[in-house]
Design a protein. Structure first.
Lengths: 985, 456
């Protein structure tokens, strides 16, 4: 202790100031790489590698993988399966290899060109034995005297032929073993000394190696317990006393009192805490002290701090999130900052390390997994196998120069490089399937559908693609549009039941308006509220009581046995159980009739920073106008226009919010649709629109609705406001919606392995409903798992095209937007949002443990803000495996219906978008509005797209195409969307 | 007579149906045959549905017929002259309701897990362990002798440890499973000692009764208070491990590593209540050895207070529920120690249903919290106010840390008990090595041989 105190007192004041400044920078820098996930209730999809977006995708994923210990692409064995199944084709590989820059001038590799070598290598994917496994194979098997078992018969003949030319005639086994031996000797000779695995800079790693104990095993549980208790939003009955002074102060208060925990490694911690508190050390000072006591050179600080924070990155990231977004705390914000968290971790680390060094080193240090030959041995063996498998002239390779260049080629085409090429080929095939499908569909002559009876505007979400398609199929006299699911209504919304308002708008927008839902009759409201409150109190008291001692005893002893009914019912008949429980919760008091307080009557401008209650007529007009003009609805509104927001409700799903609407910032878009309808029906808004040259017929009505994507239920708002005649029209539309939602559930069911493929339409709907309320269901819905494409353009051109719920569909009319002004705005919101969703799924799929949060089954909700794996683990961020398991990890294919020039101009003037496209985080395609031509953005320019296939399967209804299939499907042309042989169900 | 053989059949079926299901799963699995999820479900589902039906019938027949006990002799393990070990199953007013309850719960959780574990790679392993658990619990419940209890008891322990370590690709579940396993093993010494001592002093470990004093069969009481106290104390020790009583209960919150439904049935419902069950069976012993009864009350009381206090600061839902479980089991110990047998039985059944439902519901916490807030019309009221009012402000951080660090029980156990064992073993290991080195140093060529092989 004295030595440490001396060390700090020695350091000059100015040096210290300098040091603390640097520390802040270091922590700031590191914080960008920590998981940025919000508390679970406010889950919003984002790119986990946001901090790497300044780099090109292929480089960024590899750098991130090295830094975070994660995977950049799918595993090679997965690609191997894709090659087998035909998901990646030979021509994809060739095209990708031809497009990639060759690194070696066309060198002679045992008779192969570089290109042939690469193609051959990618066609021969196998798992390489490493370390002890390799040692075993080399010493205990015939690997060095016989050809590998994967060598084909033909190739075997060739190899023996080569051997004969070199060694003359002889017994086959003799030739074989001589050739093998010479080849192996040449390869070992050409392999250079191996590179060592990169070690992290932490003291802890050296202690693990030398002493055989892991100080993190002591430090992490304490740190996790403490941070969880500090951040807790209401799980613990007794909350941590006095947290207002911040993380560090609370830590010192709790661990600085009394004699301290009896754990040996924490000896002296209370005294140290008290000393730091007495001398009023701030976080920086504490960190500097800890770094010095851990003997870290100032030059190593950055790396050391980074590795320390990464060791428990979920928690560090959550502390950071509370620091930066206190408003997103589920219940109550907490004063905390990452630097204080670091101070605590390093303080604990220094005690743990000091204690660890007093332990006798383990007499049996952990055995190394490195091969006896080192890394070079792995490579030599790989080169040795490849020389046998690829069609080379093996005898050439025994020459030392040839062997060296062979070895070099093998080294350069390492695991990462191969997976990169395979990934590109994998994406290429997907791109071909989609673009060819769209072009082929576009060229088919289509019947003009009947004049629509109603129009429906959906969210752009890819889950609504199937709903729209089915709606058009069952009711061809309808027209659908896709628009951002907030419908332009950016607001803080408070529903009748809500405890407080929450923003319902894209995360990039800060809402300035407040809209609340109000009951029409106050009597009905108060009866409703009293009844709910009574039940709520009962449930709350029971929830707390059952966990306590005396009340728990009474409840369990006297009433516990009554829960056997719900328990068995939840296990055996989840739908029934939910119905009972819903009835018990809500009783017979149905919710009162309500309206949204959309309009603001005092026309004064709201004060900055204060939410304005409602919207003025002017604001409403511009919201309505933006939607009508962008979608192309403007001058063709039919008498009934429906707006359908969406969200999702499910049980057994801590990640429930991740299934909600991304365009409302992870909220449910029903209120936005309802508010929009109220605005568009407003007479004064219509007048203003007319002044601006946009005419909506007097007999046109807008109706808001809400689609629950989990159980496929559709709810309609404010139906009673419609005049009698419009109600009849609405009922017709509702009948079509009813059929569409059943078919939507049916199409979704084909992806669920537990739903039989032959499931009928009604049973499929029941199946979807059951999933949503089943406590045992880890996959209530697959969410965005199928996302892959985004099409910005007119629906006419994609109507009747089966896109397998894989495409975000954004309505945009290029013919009325010559300058591309509307398009730029649209792309600026759609591009980043789509990329965020797409990349989150990409990374959670390619590395479910490193980027995703692993399997859901052991998840344990902590503090109401996150999940841990079982007991006291790091906070798990990203998506659970059950959500992403059917995903195809490809970058978003953004297809925009516009001329190449317009798109190029937009990119030039909008750096944010340009960045995303140029660094290849999304794939961009321009689709000419006037002709069937496409241009793919590649290497900085738009290159004309050459289709591979011009055929497209044609079916009468979607169900004819998808029925009986589980896997992803390509495109198909669906005729009933145009009224051909229409039979409404 | 006819009626009697029917009853015997029913009792046997409660144990043998799950055991048969276990065989049907285990034999193909042993030979590496893949079994589809639906086949597994059919086997496990029908076995436990059958067991539940048999138990229901048995319950009805016994209560309606006024029969207090049905004893089924399955055979003899071995016999030496007049001394023998019997295999008997006993159905009485304690075991039949319990057996019914176990079959119903394991069957229900089996149906639940069908959806929960769907497409999980360890699906078969999970069901094997669940079925083994069901069969061995029925064995513990229906056992007619303490020796049979021991068999079932051991199997429950191993399935519990293996299910905690279900996700064995991560390190922590395995460590925590191991910790539970070690705790069980240490406490199993108690059960074994009790059985041995009963054989020694009474000549048999079979149940006797029911007597007018005890409503169901209990273990025979050895002559003399000392012997009764010893056997009673050993049984208490045995039940403390499974029942997660202080100071050994540190494994319980850590056991929440497995899939949620297995946590629910083991630590919410059945496994954790086997400790109290054993004590209910030892009712007559507790009466003859008041000091043991007092010890049961003390252990239970300490645990209940410790767990309710520690549980109040837990910030993750599964730990909070684990401590809530521990609290109630402590209370049940107290009830048993005080002689309230029926109360304890009702408490066990009620608590098991309630807690397992809560654990099954724990992943929906965010959903439920949101709806509760809506119903209450505000953020949930702050809890723990009375602690803050009654405890002096200065003491609060100290007390809070005490709860956060789980009463330091783990630290004490590891520092002072485990540590001394480990150093002792390490010392022995060093001596052993030293001897081996001394003995083998004369022949150095043996250790050099593998080195050569590497040098190719």
């Amino acid at each position: 202790m004295t030595a440490m105190a001396a060390a700090t007192s020695l350091s000059e004041v100015s040096v210290e100031e300098n040091a603390t400044g640097r520390l802040r920078e270091i922590v700031e820098e590191v914080s960008h790489f920590l998981p940025q996930q919000a508390p679970l209730h406010a889950f919003v999809h984002h790119n986990p590698l946001h901090a790497f977006e300044h780099l090109p995708f292929e480089i960024a994923v590899v750098e991130a993988a090295q830094l975070l210990g994660t995977e950049p692409f799918q595993q090679e064995c997965a690609f191997s399966r894709h090659l087998e199944s035909g998901r990646i084709q030979q021509r994809d590989l060739e095209a990708v290899i031809d497009a990639s820059e060759t690194r070696i001038a066309d060198e002679n590799l045992g008779g192969l060109s570089q290109r042939e070598f690469t193609i051959g290598r990618l066609g021969n994917l196998f798992e390489l034995p490493r370390g002890a496994a390799l040692d075993w194979i080399l010493s205990e098997s015939h690997a060095l005297s016989r050809f590998d078992s994967r060598v084909s018969d033909g190739r075997r003949m060739d190899l023996l032929e080569h051997a004969r030319t070199r060694y003359g005639d002889g017994a086959v086994t003799d030739l074989e073993s001589r050739l093998c031996r010479d080849l192996w000797i040449a390869m070992v000779g050409a392999s250079s000394a191996g590179t060592c695995r990169k070690k992290t800079a932490r003291r802890r790693d050296r202690i693990v190696d030398t002493v055989g104990v892991d100080p993190d095993d002591w430090v992490h549980p304490v740190l996790i317990r403490f941070c969880a208790a500090f951040l807790d939003q209401g799980i613990a009955y007794w909350q941590m006393p006095d947290r207002s002074g911040g993380l560090l102060k609370a830590f010192r208060a709790i661990y600085g009192i009394g004699a301290g925990p009896p754990d040996r490694w924490m000896r002296g911690l209370p005294a140290e805490c008290r000393r730091q508190e007495r001398e009023q050390w701030d976080a920086e000072r504490t960190v500097v002290w800890a770094l010095e006591s851990l003997d870290v050179e100032p030059s190593d600080w950055a790396e050391f701090v980074r590795d320390t924070l990464f060791s428990l990155r979920g928690w560090a990231g959550m502390v950071r999130h509370f620091e930066e977004h206190p408003d997103q705390a589920p219940v109550e914000s907490r004063a905390c900052c990452l630097l204080e968290y670091l101070a605590i971790q390093l303080t604990l680390d220094s005690f743990a390390v000091r204690y660890a060094l007093t332990i006798d080193p383990d007499t049996d240090p952990q055995s190394r997994t490195e091969s006896a030959l080192g890394h070079g041995g792995d490579l030599a063996y790989e080169a040795y196998l490849l020389a046998q498998l690829l069609p080379t002239d093996v005898t050439l390779l025994t020459d030392s120069d040839a062997a060296a260049s062979w070895m070099n080629a093998v080294r350069l085409l390492d695991d990462i490089e191969r997976r990169k090429l395979l990934h590109l080929a994998y994406e290429r095939r997907h791109r071909k399937i989609v673009l060819d499908g769209i072009l082929a569909h576009d060229q088919l002559t289509r019947q003009q559908p009947a004049e629509p009876e109603f129009q429906a505007v959906f969210c752009i979400d890819e889950r609504e693609e199937s709903f729209r398609r089915h709606l058009e199929e069952v009711h061809p006299a309808s027209e659908t549009f896709g628009y951002v699911g907030s419908f332009g209504v950016s607001m803080v919304y408070q529903g009748l039941d809500d405890v407080r308002g929450r923003p319902l708008c894209p995360v990039t927008i800060t809402p300035t308006h407040f809209v609340s839902e109000r009951a029409i009759e106050s009597d009905a409201e108060s009866t409703y509220r009293t009844a709910r409150l009574r039940r709520g109190r009962l449930r709350h008291a029971a929830g707390i009581g059952t966990k306590s001692l005396v009340r728990g005893g009474f409840l369990a002893g006297a009433g516990g046995v009554l829960t056997v009914g719900p328990l068995v019912a939840r296990c055996l008949a989840p739908r029934l159980a939910e119905r009972w429980s819903h009835r018990a919760d809500h009783g017979h008091h149905s919710a009162p009739k309500t309206r949204l307080a959309v309009e603001r009557f005092d026309a004064e401008a709201a004060l900055p920073g204060v939410l304005a209650e409602g919207f003025t007529i002017g604001e409403m007009t511009s919201i309505v106008e933006a939607l009508l003009r962008t979608t192309g609805l403007a001058d063709k509104c039919r008498p009934l226009v429906l707006l359908i927001g969406h969200g999702s409700s499910s049980l057994n799903n801590p990640h429930e919010a991740a299934h909600d609407c991304g365009a409302t910032g992870g909220g449910r878009g029903g209120p936005n649709a309802r508010a929009f309808a109220a605005m568009a029906n407003h007479p004064s808004v219509r007048e203003r629109l007319l002044e601006g040259g946009l005419r909506i017929a007097d007999d046109t009505y807008f109706v808001g609705a809400y689609h629950n994507t989990c159980n496929d239920e559709v709810t309609y708002y404010d139906e009673d406001l419609l005049p009698q005649r419009a109600r009849a029209q609405l009922r017709r539309a509702q009948r079509a919606f009813e059929s569409a939602r059943r078919l939507d559930a049916h199409e979704r069911a084909r992806r669920f392995d537990s739903a039989p493929l032959k499931l009928g339409v009604s049973r499929a709907l029941r199946h979807a409903e059951e999933r949503a309320v089943d406590l045992a269901q880890p996959r209530p819905e697959y969410g965005h798992a199928t996302n892959a494409v985004c099409i910005v353009g007119r629906r006419e051109r994609t109507r009747g095209l089966f896109l397998d719920r894989r495409a975000f569909l954004v309505s945009y009319d290029p013919t009325s937007d010559e300058q591309g002004g509307l398009l730029a705005d649209l792309l600026l919101s759609v591009g980043p949002v789509g990329a965020g969703i797409n990349l989150e799924y990409y990374f959670s799929f390619v590395d479910p443990v490193g980027y995703g949060c692993g399997t859901k089954l052991p998840h344990n909700i902590t503090g109401l803000f996150g999940v841990m794996d079982g007991h006291a683990s790091d906070l798990r961020t990203g998506l659970p495996w059950q959500m992403v398991e059917i995903h195809e990890p490809v970058r978003l294919l953004l297809i925009v219906e516009t001329e190449v020039e317009t798109l190029a101009k937009i990119l030039k003037t909008h750096p944010a978008l340009d960045h995303l496209v140029r660094n290849r985080w999304i794939q961009l395609v321009a689709w000419s509005p006037a002709s069937p031509e496409m241009h793919v953005f590649c290497d900085g320019v738009f290159q004309p797209y050459v289709p591979e296939q011009s055929e497209i399967p044609i079916f009468r209804r979607s169900a004819d195409f998808y029925s009986g299939h589980r896997a992803h499907l390509g495109c198909a042309h669906i005729t009933s969307a145009f009224g051909a042989m229409n039979d409404e169900q | 007579m006819m009626n009697n053989s029917l009853l015997h059949g029913l009792v046997a079926a409660i144990f043998f149906l799950p055991a048969l299901a276990l065989l049907l799963l285990a034999v193909p699995a042993w030979f590496g045959r893949r079994i589809s999820e639906s086949t597994i479900n059919a086997i496990v589902g029908s076995a436990f549905a059958g067991a539940t039906t048999c138990a229901t019938l048995l319950l009805a027949v016994m209560y309606l017929g006024g029969q207090n006990v049905v004893e089924v002799r399955l055979g003899t393990w071995f016999s030496v002259e007049h001394y023998f070990f019997d295999w008997t199953l006993v159905a009485d007013h304690l075991s039949v309701p319990f057996a019914w309850f176990v079959a119903l719960l394991v069957g229900s959780i089996g149906a639940f897990s069908r959806r929960y574990l769907h497409q999980e790679s360890g699906y078969l392993r999970y069901y094997l362990l669940l079925t083994l658990f069901g069969a061995s619990t029925e064995l513990v419940v229906l056992a007619g002798t303490l020796d049979m209890v021991f068999f079932g008891w051991e199997l429950v322990g191993i399935t519990s440890a293996l299910l905690i370590a279900f996700f064995h690709e991560r390190r922590k579940p395995v460590e925590h499973g191991f910790r539970a396993f070690v705790t069980y093993r240490v406490c199993d010494v108690g059960l074994l000692s009790a059985a041995v001592w009963m054989h020694h002093s009474v000549g048999s470990s079979a149940l006797s009764g029911p007597t007018p004093l005890t409503p169901w069969g209990t273990f025979s009481v050895p002559e003399g208070t000392a012997a009764a106290t010893f056997v009673g104390a050993m049984l208490l020790w045995a039940s403390m491990g499974k029942g997660a009583q202080a100071p050994l209960g540190g494994w319980l919150p850590r056991a929440m590593e497995g899939p949620t439904p297995s946590s629910a049935i083991f630590y919410g419902a059945i496994s954790i209540h086997l400790g109290p069950y054993l004590l209910l069976r030892a009712g007559s012993l507790l009466e003859h050895a008041p000091s043991v009864a007092l010890a049961v009350v003390l252990v239970g009381g300490t645990t209940a207070l410790h767990a309710t206090f520690v549980g109040r600061v837990q910030t993750d839902i599964k730990s909070a529920l684990a401590y809530a479980s521990m609290t109630q089991v402590g209370l049940i110990f107290v009830e048993i120690g005080l002689g309230f047998r029926y109360l304890a039985l009702a408490h066990i059944v009620g608590h098991a249903c309630l807690r397992s439902l809560q654990i099954l519901r724990s992943p929906s916490l965010l959903h439920d919290h949101h709806h509760l807030e809506q119903a209450m019309g505000r953020h949930l009221p702050k809890t723990g106010g009375h602690l803050e009012r009654f405890v002096p402000r200065r003491l609060q951080p100290w007390l809070f840390r005490h709860a956060l660090e789980r009463g330091y029980f783990d630290a004490f156990l590891i520092q002072y008990v485990v540590h001394s064992f480990v150093s002792c073993f390490r010392w022995i290991d060093e001596q052993d090595r030293a001897w081996v080195d001394l003995l083998t140093s004369a022949t150095p060529d043996r250790s050099a041989a593998p080195q050569e092989a590497r040098e190719i």
